[in-house]
Each structure stands twice: as C-alpha cells, then as structure tokens.
Design a protein around this ligand. Structure first.
Ligand SMILES: [Zn+2]
Length: 79
C-alpha cells in the first residue's frame, strides 16, 4: 500500500473525521452501518453492540465495536 494519509487532500480527511465522529442512526429492523468500513448488519448479528443505554426521552444510545474493522462508534435510536 503506497498511499499514505499525508497524500490525501485535507478536504477528504475532514470528511472522514466528520463521518466517523457522527453518531449513526440505529434501526431496530436493519441495525447499523459501520461509519468507517461501511459494513452493515448481517443476519443474526448485532453488529458488535458493547453497551445499550437506557431510553433518554425518545432517544436511546448504543455503543458498538465493528466486527470487521474494530472501529468504535455510537448509534442513536429514536422512537
Ligand atoms: Zn467497520
């Protein structure tokens, strides 16, 4: 792999950082998609849920560790 982060335009890096920082939507039916490697939930898997928080008003947060790339991210479910 010859491409390095230093070679990428700063606009692209900024977009990447924004994407991985943002909480993703959680769907009770479809689960979540990893913001880093874009792996979606697979049948019978919970997409690496580490922690499920209590409902806070109409929102519920979950913490995930992607089973494919290991990226840790947060999801938000709203009812
Ligand atoms: Zn991933």
């Amino acid at each position: 792999m010859s491409l390095r982060l230093e070679d990428l335009p700063v606009e692209l890096l900024r977009e990447l950082v924004a994407r991985v920082r943002q909480a993703v939507d959680y769907s009770p039916r479809d689960g979540v998609t990893c913001p880093l490697c874009r792996t979606g939930r697979r049948p019978g898997q919970d997409m690496g849920v580490i922690k499920t928080m209590a409902w806070h008003g109409s929102l519920r947060e979950r913490y995930h560790a992607c089973r494919v790339c290991g990226h840790r991210f947060k999801s938000v479910q709203s009812c």
